[in-house]
Design a protein. Structure first.
Length: 149
């Protein structure tokens, strides 16, 4: 089991490192650049070339059954699930085979709404301490469940 992180805009890097260290699980932060190196031996940083979906393509090419991906990118989440991985959003929401269809449909609907009305502004919820805590709790639970399986 490894953890792959879509790291460019990930607000929970410290939480990932803390939980992964406790369980001695390798973490791969995938980014277009700008991530500080870690002294932690379980942390690997992969810098991909700049370009559309380069980090996503790297993660999909590497992830395998039982791995965990951390991302807010819904199309990437769908591909990870197809490859047998598990997905946790940055706010701690677990994305599974059971809910990815609804999440993709909502994403597509919102994309269509924004395209139809350029003045439409979707409200953005601030990332909170509660989201950070929920994320760490979900990651812990997913890792424990994977270890039991």
């Amino acid at each position: 089991m490894q953890i792959y992180v879509d790291a460019d805009a990930c607000p929970v890097k410290k939480e990932i490192e803390r939980v992964a260290t406790r369980h001695n699980i390798n973490v791969i932060f995938v980014s277009n650049g700008g991530i500080r190196p870690s002294q932690n031996p379980i942390i690997k940083i992969v810098v991909v070339n700049a370009g559309l979906d380069k980090a996503d393509k790297y993660i999909i090419g590497e992830i395998s059954d039982g791995d965990i991906a951390i991302t807010g990118d819904i199309p990437l989440a769908a591909m990870v699930i197809e490859n047998g991985g598990q997905v946790i959003k940055n706010n701690g929401e677990l994305i599974t085979e059971n809910n990815i269809g609804n999440i993709l449909a909502m994403r597509n609907l919102m994309t269509d709404l924004r395209a139809a009305d350029p003045s439409y502004k979707q409200p953005h919820k601030q990332f909170s301490k509660r989201d950070r805590s929920r994320f760490a709790d979900t990651l812990e639970k997913v890792i424990l469940k994977c270890k039991k399986a």
